[in-house]
Design a protein around this ligand. Structure first.
Ligand code: DHB
Ligand code: FE
Length: 282
């Protein structure tokens, strides 16, 4: 049976792609951000995942305002990255795991999640950059991937409670897959940031740190807030933290914190990084 080895949740910002392309990892602006990752690389060496289920939000590359699914799951043999107009180099395609994807889709629909299924899917910086940060020295991402996309672009958005339930169902779906695969959940988005409007540049460190801490022992904490309240507390794009909620909820049982990093700002964004693993680890 498939086994979930843990979850990595992280922010995503297009400028990270430019920093990687320009080898700016030791630049004073970037160092505190990139320094968060070596402990995650060590953990990945230890837990050796075969598959990454990537919970992310598309920003208008694969889905646009004319057609916007609340939840979408990829079931393609391969996923291509595409430039989003920032001039950032695109990354090589990602290997899919279509049979596993269809199992997850079937199980989620069985659990009353009505999904969009994608047999072709372009993936944007929210998917590609975290994978590159996790496996920086590999020309191609070494694990198979399954994209799970949650709408944070076009209202109405799913609530934190709904995302928590999605994550739990996702965890059960993964654990019931017949192949002996080791699965890491990767959740990308947030933390507090607002890219435009009157509050452009808004960051809320206190809330971010409380949210990160809550995920370990009390992932329901954030469900006390409506999406409007989360936006008030974290900025318009801070709502991307819903990816962290779903990812955490996919982990079975109690979890422990393996590693955390928090740095302000990258671009206009508070960047967070958290690694969690189930306490009952083989
Ligand atoms: C930016 C874009 C994002 O998708 C994000 O989550 C944070 C920052 C940006 O354009 O700077
Ligand atoms: Fe984003």
């Amino acid at each position: 049976m498939a086994k979930i080895v843990g979850a990595i949740t992280t922010s995503h910002v297009p400028a990270i792609g430019r920093a990687i392309a320009g080898n700016l990892q030791d630049d004073p602006y970037w160092k505190p951000f990139f320094e968060g990752f070596p402990p995650v690389h060590e953990w990945l060496e230890k837990v050796r995942p075969d598959v990454a289920v990537v919970v992310y939000n598309d920003h208008g590359l694969n889905f646009f305002l004319d057609k916007m699914p609340t939840f979408a799951v990829g079931a393609a043999p391969e996923y291509h990255n595409a430039d989003e107009g920032w001039g950032i180099p695109t990354l090589p395609p990602y290997r899919g795991a279509p049979a596993f994807s269809w199992h997850i889709i079937n199980e989620l629909v069985e659990r009353e999640f009505d999904l969009t299924t994608c047999q072709e899917m372009l993936v944007d910086h929210a998917f590609s950059l975290p994978l590159k940060l996790l496996w920086p020295n590999e020309a191609r991402c070494p694990v198979a991937t399954i994209p799970v996309c949650i709408n944070t672009v076009q209202y109405p958005l799913p609530s934190a409670t709904r995302c928590l339930k999605l994550g739990r169902a996702l965890g059960e779906a993964i654990a019931s897959w017949e192949e002996d695969l080791r699965v890491v959940i990767i959740g990308t988005g947030g933390l507090s940031h607002q890219l435009d409007g009157e509050r452009a540049g808004f960051i809320n460190k206190d809330f971010d740190l409380a949210f990160m801490e809550s995920l370990i022992d009390n992932p329901e904490w954030v469900t006390q807030y409506s999406n409007a309240e989360i936006v008030e507390k974290t900025g318009t794009q801070g709502i991307e933290l819903l990816m962290w909620v779903a990812s955490r909820a996919a982990l079975p049982g109690k979890v422990r914190k393996v590693h955390a990093n928090y740095h302000i700002p990258i671009s206009n964004t508070a960047t967070g990084l958290l690694v969690m693993e189930p306490v009952e680890q083989v």
